[in-house]
Design a protein around this ligand. Sequence first.
Ligand code: NAI
Length: 361
Amino acid sequence: MAHDVVLIPGDGIGPEITTAMRRVVDASGAQIVWHVAEAGAAQIECVGTPLPPETLELVRELGVAIKGPVTTPVGTGFRSVNVALRQAFDLYACVRPCRSLPGDGSRFRDVDLVIVRENTEDLYAGIEFAPDAPEVAELARLVEASGQRPFRAGSAISVKPISEEGSRRIVTYAFEYARAHCRRKVTAVHKANIMKATDGLFLRVAREVAALYPDIAFEDKIVDACCMGLVQDPTRFDVLVLPNLYGDIVSDLCAGLVGGLGMAPGANIGADCAVFEATHGSAPDIAGRDLANPTAEILSAAMMLDHLGETEAAARVRAAVTATLAEGTSVTADVRLAQTGSAEGAVGTAAFANAVITHLA
Ligand code: NAI
């Protein structure tokens, strides 16, 4: 059966890595009809927004998209395309599996954990006030009237909303994911000892949800201790569920445990829509030079194939990537550098994809 998928190449290294990914998926046996749609910095000049309405409509209509990274222009007032997509389709769960790959250049072996990050709330809700905003004075009055310690005059304020509903659905997602993928433990990560209202709510809900899944072990960890535990022995962890900000930081930390950003796939999942993409950004420093590692994007496509029910094709893609890395003769500069301390002998983005396709065959 053929599947309709929106392909957003993005900008920077996006077009190179999505071309590599598409060639690998087309060679995997899965029947994908690609609907290419634009997003990114170039669209600002053409249509005045990095995320054209036609792209949004297509994603809404087809419900599945895979994208390359998109540069977020600094200081222009344009919202990040990723944040806009997450909000438009309520993509509340960001799922990032981190698994050791052969020759990934990491000092850790046998890492196999999954980050489940809440994607819609927390300090990323975008509720912010500059120091001179009139709302800040009003907030100061409210804080004082509530008997809490006033904040310094001239402070900028970001609001951290954490809701019972948002916490329940992300923790439930993490436990359902654990069950579906035969995982044994869920760790809820928080800072409830300091942020008793917000993280305290997240932790209380996590404990309530955990009680409904007696077949899966549950623990909670304070985020700083969790980071130390992850770099001491990541094999102690299985599924981690985190509010938005900690999830953002800890998922990059975990990408570092398995060879870096070029190796870490991801998915943003909502009730009606799913958008798959590598963890990394548009890497302007290496864009257009056939240097980027497409592994993360190809493994994101494997997650998409699983989502579409093409589990055999997904497994073949993962096996071909693993075999290519294990062989070690056709790896990109970032991997070669991590392995040997020098990029000499590395191949380009397209040649890496060719090697993966050879292993598929
Ligand atoms: P980045 O992830 O683009 O780059 C960080 C470093 O990792 C760079 O040295 C880069 O060359 C390297 N790198 C990243 N991906 C690589 C790959 N596949 N192969 C080899 N090396 C790779 O992060 P940075 O520089 O902070 O962000 C650049 C732009 O990307 C910004 O505008 C940012 O807003 C945007 N961004 C977009 C994301 C998305 O669309 N999903 C996610 C993160 C950042």
